[in-house]
Design a protein around this ligand. Structure first.
Ligand SMILES: [Zn+2]
Length: 450
């Protein structure tokens, strides 16, 4: 390890210690200090990994990482950046948390969630054994620009030999990352899903052939531009998945059919997650665990350890039963609404919409959420909107035809927790990034007190 990295590590440690004795632990300052002093510290620490997995993509990174971590850590110690600290500083804090004072890693295997824009910066100095790309969807427009830009970053971060790429074959954009790779590329995809329609009006920025620009022809859509597609000019099509999934909503079983090895295993896994987009996350995590040599039996044992990360369909048990779900783009929000349809009873639906930098300043994406389609099947008794852009959301709901007398706008997040505690109906809270952690904290306290 470089001397400078060592000094950075010590300063980071000293900062952490100083914060701890002054009762202010849990900030990102130690990682920030260490990174400023020692720009190569993360590289020097990651160089010691004997096995590394990186999970990236637009939606589902945190859930997929948590699922994969549950499978991998069943038999041995793995390191992970729990809770989505997926930029340089968060990765550094994770690696530092397990290093000795002399800079040696105590745990040498890591499954890390990495932001799409950070990926090429990491792979410039570290090549993991496996990179998993969940999907490439339209995020807030002011975050990275167009999907093209994200795709470019992902290509840069995955186009080199020696690393296995596992990606979503049902997503034409994610799938395109594998086209120019000659080896070690694996696709997962669903061969059967409970509900499939060709008429969903989701945002489909990616539904065009990347080679000729022609609109792709779909046999069916599952969500967003994800489905069974082919280019009319024969440039590319949905690949036969190496890990094919069949999800049975009634029994909540995911059947996996492999065509990747000689023995072509078929096995069922009890799904701990809700919604088709989460079954994709589960199938992705299973595929990666299998490529890393884990048996279906180990996956079954490991799944019991899975804990939903903050705000990823995180359930707060009590009366009412409250579920907190992160929404950050229209496709993600539509997927969450569809997952809620699995709960056929009456419910209370809340939106906590902020527009800080981390949420995206531009809230025009609210208008791309398919409220109109969801409305007839929603069975929503009350709609509650809050956050800095709560009024915009209320307007969006009214415009979609929600009865105005059923829309309640609240100024503060804390009011949302108080207001919903009066219900017995299940409460769903869809929240943008910066409202998520405060809400999770308030709900946790509310549950403990009640
Ligand atoms: Zn084409």
């Amino acid at each position: 390890m470089r001397i400078r990295s060592m000094i950075g590590l010590w300063l980071g440690r000293a900062t952490k210690f100083a914060l701890k004795i002054s009762g202010r632990s849990g900030t990102s300052l130690p990682g920030l200090v260490a990174g400023k002093v020692a720009p190569h510290l993360l590289q020097d620490l990651m160089a010691q990994l004997t096995e590394g997995v990186i999970v990236t993509g637009t939606n589902g990174k945190t859930t997929t990482t948590a699922l994969l971590y549950a499978f991998l850590s069943e038999e041995e110690s793995w390191l992970t950046n729990r809770g989505g600290a997926n930029l340089h500083q968060g990765l550094l804090a994770t690696m530092m948390s397990t290093s000795t004072l002399s800079g040696k890693l105590r745990i040498r295997k890591a499954v890390l969630e990495v932001d799409e824009a950070t990926l090429p910066k990491i792979t410039a100095f570290y090549h993991p054994s496996v990179i998993l790309v969940t999907n490439v969807l339209r995020d807030q427009l002011d975050r990275y620009g167009e999907v093209d830009e994200t795709l470019h970053l992902l290509k840069e971060g995955t186009e080199y030999p020696g690393t296995s790429l596992i990606t979503n074959g049902d997503d034409p954009l994610a799938m395109s990352l594998g086209i120019s790779r000659s080896e070690l590329t694996y696709y997962y995809g669903f061969t059967q899903v409970p509900e499939v329609t060709s008429a969903r009006a989701d945002v489909r920025d990616g539904a065009f052939c990347l080679l000729c620009g022609e609109e792709l022809i779909y046999d069916y859509f599952i969500y967003g531009q994800v489905g069974a597609y082919h280019c009319p000019n024969g440039h590319f099509q949905r690949p036969v998945p190496d890990f094919g999934g069949k999800y049975d909503g009634a029994t909540k079983q995911l059947l996996v059919e492999e065509s990747v090895s000689k023995d072509n295993q078929v096995y069922a896994i009890a799904s701990p997650v809700k919604g088709i987009f989460n079954q994709y996350n589960l199938l992705a995590a299973i595929s990666a665990a299998r490529i890393l040599g884990k048996s279906p039996a180990t996956i079954r044992k490991g799944i019991v350890n899975y804990e939903a990360p903050t705000g990823r369909f995180q359930v707060f048990v009590g009366t009412p039963l409250r579920t907190l779900a992160l929404v950050k783009n229209p496709t993600g929000a539509n997927s969450v609404l569809r997952a809620m349809e699995e709960d056929a009873g009456e419910k209370v639906l809340c939106f906590a919409i902020n527009d800080d930098d981390a949420d995206g300043r531009d809230v025009s994406w609210l208008w791309d959420i398919n409220i109109e389609e969801f409305l007839p099947r929603s069975f929503c008794e009350t709609w509650i909107c809050t956050g800095t852009r709560g009024l915009d959301m209320a307007l969006r709901l009214a415009y979609a035809g929600v009865d105005r007398s059923k829309i309640n706008v609240l100024d503060k997040l804390s009011q949302l927790v108080e207001e919903t505690s009066g219900y017995v109906l299940p409460v769903y809270i869809l929240s943008t990034y910066t409202a998520l952690h405060p809400l999770s904290e308030l709900l946790r306290k509310g549950v403990t007190n009640g």
